[in-house]
Design a protein around this ligand. Sequence first.
Ligand code: AMP
Ligand code: ZN
Length: 113
Amino acid sequence: MDCLFCAIAAKKITADIVYEDDKVVAFNDIDPKAPTHILVIPRKHIATINDMETDDKELLGHMAYTAKSIAAEKGFAEDGFRLAMNCNGHGGQTVFHIHLHMLGERQLSWPPG
Ligand code: AMP
Ligand code: ZN
């Protein structure tokens, strides 16, 4: 399968990985929108959040848990941060392997564009 994030998880394409385990990989976004902009992906290929299955519920929770753990470790958890997942065209998704954006270390506005 020709998927950029599967290739990053398999280390066929280099990324700046900040955390990995048997279920997820987290790496710095190549085009950061905040001083910290990390993507947390599952090793399992799931194209969009619409493709999430019942058995994936725990995996999505693990992605969120990974993000909050990284925020705590980096020391900005209490200041706050944003987690976001974009889905399909209206959501602005450009890479079709689900990923949790974590943006931190600056004041973010709401709503996003
Ligand atoms: P989205 O628009 O939600 O699909 O987000 C895709 C994200 O992947 C964007 O923030 C891109 O900057 C990021 N991205 C694309 N290619 C790479 C890459 N090779 N390494 C790290 N991040 C990437
Ligand atoms: Zn993939």
